[in-house]
Design a protein around this ligand. Sequence first.
Ligand code: IPE
Ligand code: IPE
Ligand code: MG
Length: 257
Amino acid sequence: METIDFEQIRLPKHVAIIMDGNGRWAQLRGKHRTFGHKAGAEAVRRAVTFARQKGIQSLTLFAFSSENWKRPQQEVSVLMDLFFTVLKREVKKLHKHNVRLRIIGDKQAFSDKLQQRIAEAEALTAANTALTLNIAANYGGRWDIAHAAKQLAEAVQAGKLSVEDISEDKLADKLCLAEQPAPDLLIRTGGEHRVSNFLLWQLAYAEFYFADVLWPDFDEHAFARAIADFSCRERRFGLTSAQVQQAILDTDVTTGE
Ligand code: IPE
Ligand code: IPE
Ligand code: MG
């Protein structure tokens, strides 16, 4: 029988979050949308601390989508400045807490200064092991898949890969997050029930959790509720419920738990 890692059922190894609702949070307070983005940065810090303390291996946060460039120029520029400042301010603390930082997305669109800061932050934290924090910036799920396909095409063109050998695994190897476990749990705050071009391939078997709370209000309790909800889900990966239950019994027998 197909082996399933039932440890995953209890605590997610990898949590992905669509951090939505910053603009509405600010507007509810009569403030400009950018005020919400600043408050959102604080919520990021809380979420990272929670994930690290709970022993989650990977946390992937959607910070800026490929489509967010279409927002008013002023909002885009505040978001870029904020990204730059937060990176500068937080990277030493992340390093101190043994967090590995990765930025996923099409980084070429960023200013040279920002790209350099990203490269330095990734290099400094590369060997850290407590938590991998992936920040998705100028990220799109369709871009990720197209980018992977392009790399395979280049390998074929160079004579290093034959078309017959192209498989799901080969394509998956070229995607962002390839070396990390697939996200088990996707959380979206802000009340919308959509994926907005986030990790389209990687979320194939993730559990989805939608919360009405706006991102700046997402705290430890809200995160804990999402994890608790996840731990009660039965993940079937295409099997029947009876097969899954049998596999749990078999696992318990072999591990003696
Ligand atoms: C999410 O909050 C942050 C980004 C997309 C950068 P929004 O800015 O989308 O906030 P709402 O959804 O308009 O409230
Ligand atoms: C998704 O939020 C992107 C991020 C959270 C970075 P959006 O606010 O851009 O998504 P839509 O437009 O409501 O689908
Ligand atoms: Mg939004």
